[in-house]
Design a protein around this ligand. Structure first.
Ligand code: DOR
Ligand code: ZN
Length: 344
């Protein structure tokens, strides 16, 4: 098979940033995807409906005129979030979901949630109106080993949260462990997970191959090989509970290659090519469309995209960097050639 035509896919987890970075990266996501769930962890964060509307128009302004790409906006949950505003934003179609960041878990998460019970009133409203809660599922307790933070979050926080709000729609974002996979498989139809291309492709060794490699550092951190294999099985299984979310998270090269480097993999330029690589290696290219274009939209209650995209086995060359000088960003698969290439 040398070409693959699938329904236009969506990215259910992306960081488009703001300002100059937004201008530099949004086109890559818009070229690959019909819609994307845009994460709200800006500085300051996107919390209110009005802030989400403003951000949405900045995204539109960053794209070529006439772009058909639809950004789906999210609200960053804080302990002071206004449930009336969130309900209004959702009912009016401005907000698609709320994102829960445990405070300190990742980039720009200091305004996130410290005591989960403080957002229970907002979660009650979200459960009632059918608004999805998107979770960065890691505990931040410094006593907990960084490689255990996802499993401990599931055990300590998520189980309790689901017991309190059994009908709440939840997406456990960017799962990285067999614990995450098992938990999602055992949960009801209102609970699903996104999976990134990078967590499918490398394990924690990649960060330390012959020296420290900051471009493989992301959060949740890549785990050991047995976990990667569990996540690959889940993604390529055809199960509707696992769907595409790139977590493309660009940072300037200097901010990654630093004494205290930022977490994130910029995979937007080659996201579909990367997923196609994994699905082909697992003999599961026939499940790529469900993962990329059907299961996520169905979970969110969105209509499926009408168009199609075409991937061709003609080789996709990835540059070493995008942008120049201080603005350079190193992409996933920098300097490599991937077999599949998105041609339209
Ligand atoms: O690696 C990551 N980068 N993980 C996240 O959860 C956030 C993201 C970012 O915004 O930089
Ligand atoms: Zn993210």
């Amino acid at each position: 098979m040398d070409s693959l035509i699938i329904r236009t896919p969506d990215d259910f987890h992306v960081h488009l940033r703001d300002g100059g970075m937004l201008g530099a990266v949004a086109v890559f996501t818009a070229r690959q995807f019909g819609r994307a769930i845009v994460m709200p962890n800006l500085e300051p964060p996107v919390i209110t409906t009005e802030q989400a509307l403003d951000y949405k128009s900045r995204i539109a302004a960053a794209l070529p005129a006439g772009s058909a790409f639809v950004p789906l906006m999210t609200s960053y949950l804080t302990e002071d979030s206004d449930s009336d505003d969130i309900e209004r934003g959702f009912v009016e179609g401005v907000l698609t979901a709320c994102k829960l960041y445990p405070a300190g878990a990742t980039t720009n998460s200091s305004r996130g949630v410290r005591e989960i019970e403080k957002v229970y009133p907002v979660l009650a409203v979200m459960e009632r109106i059918g608004m999805p809660l998107l979770i960065h599922g890691e505990v931040t307790d410094p006593e907990i080993d960084i490689f255990d933070r996802e499993a401990v979050f599931i055990e300590r926080i998520l189980t309790k949260l689901i017991a309190a709000f059994p009908a709440l729609k939840i997406v456990l974002e960017h799962i990285t462990t067999s614990d995450g996979v098992g938990f999602i498989e055992a949960s009801g139809g209102n609970i699903a997970a996104t999976i990134t291309p990078h967590h499918l492709e490398f394990n924690r060794n990649a960060m330390f191959q012959g020296g420290f490699r900051p471009h493989f550092y992301c959060l949740p951190i890549a785990k050991r090989e047995s976990h990667r294999l569990a996540v690959r099985r889940a993604a390529t299984s055809g199960s509707a509970k696992f769907f595409l979310g790139t977590d493309s998270a660009p940072h300037r090269q200097g901010a990654k290659e630093s004494a205290c480097g930022c977490a994130g993999v910029f995979n937007a330029p080659c996201a579909l090519e990367s997923y196609a690589k994994t699905f082909e290696e697992e003999n599961a290219l026939h499940h790529l469309e469900a993962f990329a274009s059907v299961s996520g939209a169905t979970f969110y209650g969105l209509p499926l995209n009408e168009g199609t995209i075409t991937l061709e086995r003609s080789g996709c060359d990835i540059p070493f960097t995008y942008g120049e000088g201080a603005d350079a960003v190193v992409p996933f698969h920098a300097g490599e050639t991937l077999a599949w290439k998105l041609i339209s």
